[in-house]
Structures are given as C-alpha cells and as structure tokens.
Write a protein that binds this ligand. Sequence first.
Ligand SMILES: [Zn+2]
Ligand SMILES: [Zn+2]
Length: 216
Amino acid sequence: MSNSVVSTEILTMYLFSFFSISLTLPSRSLLRTDSQTCRLAFLVIYCLYISTKRRLPMGYYHPAQICLNGHVINDSIDSHPELNEKFCTKCGAKTITSCPSCGAPLHGDFDCGPFLDLEPPSADAYCYNCGAPYPWTESALKSTTVLLQEEELLTDAAKETLIHELPDIISETPKTKLAVLHIQKYLPTIGRFTADALKQFIIDFGCEYALSLLKL
Ligand SMILES: [Zn+2]
Ligand SMILES: [Zn+2]
C-alpha cells in the first residue's frame, strides 16, 4: 500500500507544482521576473527533493475496519465512523479494526494533506507492527496449502516446495523469483481446479513483482 501511495503522491506533487506555476505566472511569460524565477526554481528543487527521498515528509494512515476475509469496510473509521459495519456486506464475516496478534490499528487511507491518494483501498497482508499475517492472509495460506496437499498430480517434494514458498509470493523477498519459477514449472502439470485456485490466490494476495513475473 505505501509504495503505491508514495508514487501517487510524487505524481500529485508534480501536478500541483505545474498548476501552481501556471496560476501564479502571467500569461505567456514563464520566466518574466526574478521573483517568478525564484518561485519556479524552488518548486523544481522541491520536486527533485521529494523524488530523491522517495517518501513524503508528512502524512499518516487513518485506522481502518476490514472483514476477516480481507474486504475493506471503512478505510477512515476516525473521520467516517458512520460507515462502520459489524459484519461484512460482501461475505458476512466479522469485521475488525486492529491486529488480532498485537492490537495495532489496521492501516486504512493514507492522509497526505492537500495531496490526493488515488489508490483504491486494499488490505495489507502482514501487520506493520508485529509482522504477523492478518486473518485473511492466514486463511488464504491455509486453504491454498490444503488444495496443494490434495493435488494428486504433484509429487510430495513439489507440494512441499510450493507450500513452503507461498509467503514469498505474497511479499517480495529474495526468494520471490524462485517461487515464481517453481509455480511456472508446476502449474501446467496440475489439475485445472487447483491451478485456477492457485492463480486466484496469486491475483488476490501476490506482490506486484510476482504478478508482473507471472503476467497476471
Ligand atoms: Zn468480507
Ligand atoms: Zn500486529
């Protein structure tokens, strides 16, 4: 969530700077006076600074309410408590607002002041405070593990490899590329039902790197 937010905000910053220049300078004379030149230089330097730092100097996450299956119910429970639900309207599961392992509030919408966060709300896979998988991640890992264990066309060694590497599909790690290679190797050899379920797991929970490697 945070990387995409930063990218969006850098883009927003550039757009903001562009429109600021357009609005403050007289027509058809971009560098007409010294003060305008200084203003333009400041904005360019500021944008370069933000790009180099690759993170915003301000901003925070609103606490979120998410169902146990990972559907985001409310990405700003502090500003819009009226949108809270006890149970998910998509799947009927109970909703939570904090990590079951450590109690840290779930991350929702990233508030960056005047800049827009254009990313749709999504649930993180792991807790930022204690590193534990959230319930929806744990549930997906367990169900995909059972599916792979029951796949008759896989050897025991192949099952163990694929199951062991599922977390490397969720988060980008030094082993993600190897995990993707193993999936590409075994996917054509397994039953269609298991293959479709494995693909859906990757689409729902895979990191961007794994998705791009698998072209999903
Ligand atoms: Zn749900
Ligand atoms: Zn936690």
